[in-house]
Ligand binder design. Sequence first.
Ligand SMILES: NS(=O)(=O)c1ccc2oc(NC(=O)c3ccccc3)nc2c1
Ligand SMILES: [Zn+2]
Length: 263
Amino acid sequence: SRFVQSKNLTSVHPMWQEPLEVPGGDRQSPIDISVRKSVFDPNLKPLVTQYDPRTCQQIWNNGYSFLVEYDDTTDKSTLRGGPLEDQFRLCQFHFHWGENNTWGSEHTVDRNLYPAELHLVHWNADKYALFEEAVMEENGLAVIGVFLKVGKTHEGLQKLVDALPAVRHKGSVVEFTKFDPSCLLPESINEYWTYAGSLTTPPLTEAVTWIIMKQPIEVSHNQLAVFRSLLFTSAEEEVQKSMVNNFRFQQPLKGRTVRSSFT
Ligand SMILES: NS(=O)(=O)c1ccc2oc(NC(=O)c3ccccc3)nc2c1
Ligand SMILES: [Zn+2]
Protein backbone atom coordinates (compact mmCIF):
# COMPACT_ATOMS: atom_id res chain seq x y z
CA SER A 1 0.00 0.00 0.00
CA ARG A 2 1.03 3.61 -0.29
CA PHE A 3 1.87 3.66 3.43
CA VAL A 4 4.59 1.05 2.83
CA GLN A 5 6.10 3.36 0.28
CA SER A 6 5.89 6.29 2.68
CA LYS A 7 9.04 4.87 4.30
CA ASN A 8 11.05 5.53 1.15
CA LEU A 9 8.95 8.37 -0.22
CA THR A 10 11.26 10.71 1.72
CA SER A 11 13.74 10.12 -1.08
CA VAL A 12 11.04 11.25 -3.46
CA HIS A 13 11.32 14.78 -4.90
CA PRO A 14 8.60 16.64 -2.96
CA MET A 15 6.95 18.48 -5.84
CA TRP A 16 6.13 21.38 -3.59
CA GLN A 17 5.98 22.18 0.11
CA GLU A 18 2.43 21.16 1.15
CA PRO A 19 0.81 24.38 2.45
CA LEU A 20 -0.13 24.10 6.13
CA GLU A 21 -3.57 25.59 5.50
CA VAL A 22 -5.61 24.44 2.49
CA PRO A 23 -8.83 26.17 1.44
CA GLY A 24 -11.62 24.48 3.46
CA GLY A 25 -9.70 21.26 3.91
CA ASP A 26 -12.73 18.95 4.17
CA ARG A 27 -12.83 17.87 0.50
CA GLN A 28 -9.24 17.49 -0.57
CA SER A 29 -7.90 15.16 -3.28
CA PRO A 30 -6.55 12.60 -4.05
CA ILE A 31 -8.12 9.82 -1.98
CA ASP A 32 -8.19 6.04 -1.81
CA ILE A 33 -11.38 4.64 -3.35
CA SER A 34 -12.67 1.81 -1.15
CA VAL A 35 -14.77 -0.27 -3.56
CA ARG A 36 -16.88 -1.86 -0.86
CA LYS A 37 -17.60 1.53 0.78
CA SER A 38 -18.67 3.17 -2.52
CA VAL A 39 -22.43 3.55 -3.04
CA PHE A 40 -24.08 2.57 -6.33
CA ASP A 41 -26.20 5.51 -7.58
CA PRO A 42 -28.73 4.41 -10.25
CA ASN A 43 -29.48 8.08 -11.03
CA LEU A 44 -25.99 8.65 -12.44
CA LYS A 45 -26.38 9.28 -16.18
CA PRO A 46 -24.08 8.13 -18.99
CA LEU A 47 -21.07 10.38 -19.50
CA VAL A 48 -21.12 12.30 -22.80
CA THR A 49 -17.78 13.51 -24.16
CA GLN A 50 -17.59 15.43 -27.44
CA TYR A 51 -13.95 16.32 -28.15
CA ASP A 52 -12.93 18.13 -31.36
CA PRO A 53 -9.25 17.39 -32.20
CA ARG A 54 -9.06 20.76 -33.98
CA THR A 55 -9.19 22.49 -30.57
CA CYS A 56 -5.86 20.92 -29.55
CA GLN A 57 -3.19 23.65 -29.44
CA GLN A 58 0.07 22.92 -27.61
CA ILE A 59 2.03 20.98 -25.03
CA TRP A 60 3.57 22.93 -22.10
CA ASN A 61 5.96 21.77 -19.37
CA ASN A 62 4.76 23.81 -16.37
CA GLY A 63 7.26 22.34 -13.91
CA TYR A 64 4.67 19.99 -12.33
CA SER A 65 3.66 17.89 -15.37
CA PHE A 66 3.22 18.39 -19.11
CA LEU A 67 -0.14 19.85 -20.13
CA VAL A 68 -1.82 19.29 -23.51
CA GLU A 69 -3.85 22.47 -23.85
CA TYR A 70 -7.10 22.96 -25.76
CA ASP A 71 -8.86 26.06 -27.07
CA ASP A 72 -11.69 26.47 -24.55
CA THR A 73 -13.11 29.71 -25.98
CA THR A 74 -16.03 27.85 -27.61
CA ASP A 75 -18.14 24.76 -26.82
CA LYS A 76 -16.27 22.51 -29.27
CA SER A 77 -14.77 20.06 -26.78
CA THR A 78 -17.24 19.32 -24.00
CA LEU A 79 -18.21 16.93 -21.21
CA ARG A 80 -21.70 16.52 -19.76
CA GLY A 81 -23.88 13.86 -18.13
CA GLY A 82 -22.68 11.47 -15.44
CA PRO A 83 -22.94 13.32 -12.09
CA LEU A 84 -22.82 16.71 -13.83
CA GLU A 85 -25.75 19.15 -14.01
CA ASP A 86 -24.07 21.48 -16.51
CA GLN A 87 -21.91 21.34 -19.64
CA PHE A 88 -18.15 21.58 -19.08
CA ARG A 89 -15.39 22.58 -21.51
CA LEU A 90 -12.10 20.69 -21.86
CA CYS A 91 -9.16 23.03 -21.17
CA GLN A 92 -6.24 20.65 -20.73
CA PHE A 93 -5.09 17.16 -19.89
CA HIS A 94 -1.95 16.01 -18.09
CA PHE A 95 -0.56 13.05 -16.19
CA HIS A 96 1.00 12.10 -12.83
CA TRP A 97 3.55 9.27 -12.65
CA GLY A 98 6.23 7.61 -10.50
CA GLU A 99 9.96 6.95 -10.78
CA ASN A 100 9.15 3.29 -11.49
CA ASN A 101 6.16 1.16 -12.45
CA THR A 102 5.26 0.43 -8.81
CA TRP A 103 3.62 3.75 -7.99
CA GLY A 104 2.69 7.08 -9.57
CA SER A 105 -1.11 7.43 -9.55
CA GLU A 106 -2.78 10.00 -7.27
CA HIS A 107 -5.96 8.06 -6.59
CA THR A 108 -5.84 4.38 -5.58
CA VAL A 109 -8.50 1.65 -5.61
CA ASP A 110 -8.54 -0.45 -2.44
CA ARG A 111 -5.02 0.90 -1.87
CA ASN A 112 -3.86 -0.41 -5.25
CA LEU A 113 -1.40 1.94 -6.91
CA TYR A 114 -1.05 2.40 -10.65
CA PRO A 115 2.15 3.61 -12.35
CA ALA A 116 0.40 6.72 -13.70
CA GLU A 117 -2.89 8.62 -13.88
CA LEU A 118 -4.36 10.84 -16.63
CA HIS A 119 -6.43 13.92 -15.73
CA LEU A 120 -8.75 15.54 -18.30
CA VAL A 121 -9.60 18.97 -16.86
CA HIS A 122 -12.92 20.67 -17.70
CA TRP A 123 -14.64 23.81 -16.38
CA ASN A 124 -18.36 24.69 -16.07
CA ALA A 125 -19.06 26.88 -19.10
CA ASP A 126 -22.81 27.03 -18.39
CA LYS A 127 -22.16 28.99 -15.19
CA TYR A 128 -18.79 30.73 -15.66
CA ALA A 129 -16.97 32.62 -18.43
CA LEU A 130 -13.42 31.48 -17.68
CA PHE A 131 -11.48 28.68 -15.98
CA GLU A 132 -10.07 31.26 -13.59
CA GLU A 133 -13.60 32.00 -12.32
CA ALA A 134 -14.76 28.38 -12.21
CA VAL A 135 -11.68 27.27 -10.24
CA MET A 136 -13.02 29.15 -7.19
CA GLU A 137 -16.50 27.55 -7.25
CA GLU A 138 -17.60 24.23 -5.77
CA ASN A 139 -19.33 23.18 -9.01
CA GLY A 140 -16.72 24.83 -11.19
CA LEU A 141 -14.57 21.94 -12.42
CA ALA A 142 -14.88 18.33 -13.55
CA VAL A 143 -11.79 16.16 -13.90
CA ILE A 144 -11.88 12.69 -15.51
CA GLY A 145 -9.21 10.43 -14.01
CA VAL A 146 -7.96 7.43 -15.97
CA PHE A 147 -5.44 4.96 -14.52
CA LEU A 148 -2.53 3.79 -16.69
CA LYS A 149 -1.12 0.30 -16.35
CA VAL A 150 1.92 -1.22 -18.06
CA GLY A 151 1.10 -3.49 -20.99
CA LYS A 152 0.90 -3.12 -24.74
CA THR A 153 1.93 0.08 -26.51
CA HIS A 154 -0.86 2.65 -26.68
CA GLU A 155 -0.90 3.67 -30.36
CA GLY A 156 -2.85 6.91 -29.75
CA LEU A 157 -0.50 8.02 -26.95
CA GLN A 158 2.60 7.57 -29.13
CA LYS A 159 2.02 10.85 -31.04
CA LEU A 160 2.13 12.64 -27.69
CA VAL A 161 5.16 10.66 -26.45
CA ASP A 162 7.08 11.60 -29.65
CA ALA A 163 6.50 15.30 -28.91
CA LEU A 164 7.75 15.17 -25.28
CA PRO A 165 11.51 15.62 -25.93
CA ALA A 166 10.60 19.10 -27.28
CA VAL A 167 9.24 20.08 -23.83
CA ARG A 168 11.95 18.47 -21.69
CA HIS A 169 12.53 21.58 -19.55
CA LYS A 170 10.15 23.56 -17.32
CA GLY A 171 8.74 26.50 -19.27
CA SER A 172 9.06 24.96 -22.74
CA VAL A 173 6.08 24.90 -25.12
CA VAL A 174 5.63 23.14 -28.46
CA GLU A 175 2.80 23.31 -30.97
CA PHE A 176 0.66 20.16 -30.83
CA THR A 177 -2.49 19.86 -32.93
CA LYS A 178 -5.20 17.51 -34.10
CA PHE A 179 -5.07 15.22 -31.08
CA ASP A 180 -8.33 13.57 -30.03
CA PRO A 181 -8.17 12.85 -26.28
CA SER A 182 -11.04 10.33 -26.61
CA CYS A 183 -8.36 7.82 -27.67
CA LEU A 184 -7.08 7.96 -24.07
CA LEU A 185 -10.42 6.90 -22.55
CA PRO A 186 -11.10 3.24 -21.75
CA GLU A 187 -13.75 1.35 -23.76
CA SER A 188 -16.30 1.45 -20.95
CA ILE A 189 -16.49 5.10 -19.84
CA ASN A 190 -19.76 4.37 -18.03
CA GLU A 191 -18.13 2.45 -15.20
CA TYR A 192 -16.72 5.14 -12.90
CA TRP A 193 -16.56 6.40 -9.33
CA THR A 194 -17.42 10.03 -8.56
CA TYR A 195 -16.86 12.23 -5.50
CA ALA A 196 -16.48 15.89 -4.49
CA GLY A 197 -12.82 16.89 -4.22
CA SER A 198 -10.13 19.40 -5.04
CA LEU A 199 -7.27 20.21 -7.37
CA THR A 200 -4.28 18.07 -6.39
CA THR A 201 -1.71 20.81 -7.05
CA PRO A 202 -1.86 24.47 -6.04
CA PRO A 203 -4.26 26.28 -5.81
CA LEU A 204 -5.77 23.04 -4.30
CA THR A 205 -9.22 24.67 -4.48
CA GLU A 206 -12.24 22.49 -3.59
CA ALA A 207 -13.93 22.95 -6.95
CA VAL A 208 -13.65 19.50 -8.55
CA THR A 209 -16.26 16.86 -9.29
CA TRP A 210 -13.95 13.87 -9.77
CA ILE A 211 -14.95 11.14 -12.24
CA ILE A 212 -12.51 8.21 -11.92
CA MET A 213 -12.73 5.49 -14.58
CA LYS A 214 -12.83 1.92 -13.31
CA GLN A 215 -11.05 0.49 -16.38
CA PRO A 216 -7.38 1.49 -16.80
CA ILE A 217 -5.75 2.04 -20.20
CA GLU A 218 -2.61 0.11 -21.17
CA VAL A 219 0.63 1.87 -22.13
CA SER A 220 4.07 0.37 -22.68
CA HIS A 221 7.01 0.50 -20.29
CA ASN A 222 8.92 2.53 -22.92
CA GLN A 223 6.13 5.10 -23.21
CA LEU A 224 6.19 5.66 -19.44
CA ALA A 225 10.01 5.90 -19.58
CA VAL A 226 9.67 8.91 -21.90
CA PHE A 227 7.42 10.63 -19.30
CA ARG A 228 10.30 10.14 -16.81
CA SER A 229 12.78 11.77 -19.20
CA LEU A 230 11.08 15.13 -18.62
CA LEU A 231 12.54 17.57 -16.11
CA PHE A 232 11.08 19.63 -13.26
CA THR A 233 13.82 22.18 -13.89
CA SER A 234 14.31 24.84 -16.54
CA ALA A 235 17.22 24.81 -18.99
CA GLU A 236 19.03 27.55 -17.03
CA GLU A 237 19.15 25.65 -13.71
CA GLU A 238 22.46 23.96 -13.06
CA VAL A 239 21.00 20.95 -11.24
CA GLN A 240 18.49 19.08 -13.44
CA LYS A 241 15.77 17.12 -11.62
CA SER A 242 13.84 14.30 -13.33
CA MET A 243 10.11 14.89 -13.47
CA VAL A 244 8.94 11.82 -11.53
CA ASN A 245 6.71 11.20 -8.49
CA ASN A 246 4.65 14.30 -9.37
CA PHE A 247 1.68 13.06 -7.35
CA ARG A 248 0.17 14.43 -4.15
CA PHE A 249 -0.11 12.32 -0.99
CA GLN A 250 -3.58 11.02 -0.19
CA GLN A 251 -5.99 13.19 1.78
CA PRO A 252 -8.56 12.33 4.49
CA LEU A 253 -12.02 11.34 3.25
CA LYS A 254 -13.68 13.48 6.00
CA GLY A 255 -16.98 11.63 5.76
CA ARG A 256 -17.39 11.98 1.99
CA THR A 257 -19.24 9.29 0.04
CA VAL A 258 -17.82 7.93 -3.21
CA ARG A 259 -20.62 6.96 -5.60
CA SER A 260 -20.29 4.34 -8.33
CA SER A 261 -22.11 4.22 -11.67
CA PHE A 262 -22.01 0.42 -11.65
CA THR A 263 -22.76 -2.45 -9.27
N1 LIG B 1 -4.16 17.56 -10.87
S1 LIG B 1 -5.55 18.31 -11.11
O1 LIG B 1 -6.29 18.31 -9.87
O2 LIG B 1 -6.23 17.76 -12.26
C1 LIG B 1 -5.21 20.00 -11.46
C2 LIG B 1 -4.48 20.74 -10.55
C3 LIG B 1 -4.21 22.09 -10.79
C4 LIG B 1 -4.67 22.68 -11.94
O3 LIG B 1 -4.55 23.94 -12.42
C5 LIG B 1 -5.18 23.94 -13.59
N2 LIG B 1 -5.24 25.08 -14.36
C6 LIG B 1 -5.77 25.06 -15.64
O4 LIG B 1 -6.11 24.01 -16.17
C7 LIG B 1 -5.90 26.39 -16.34
C8 LIG B 1 -6.59 26.42 -17.55
C9 LIG B 1 -6.73 27.65 -18.21
C10 LIG B 1 -6.20 28.83 -17.68
C11 LIG B 1 -5.52 28.77 -16.46
C12 LIG B 1 -5.36 27.56 -15.79
N3 LIG B 1 -5.72 22.76 -13.90
C13 LIG B 1 -5.39 21.93 -12.86
C14 LIG B 1 -5.68 20.59 -12.62
ZN1 LIG C 1 -3.69 16.14 -12.18
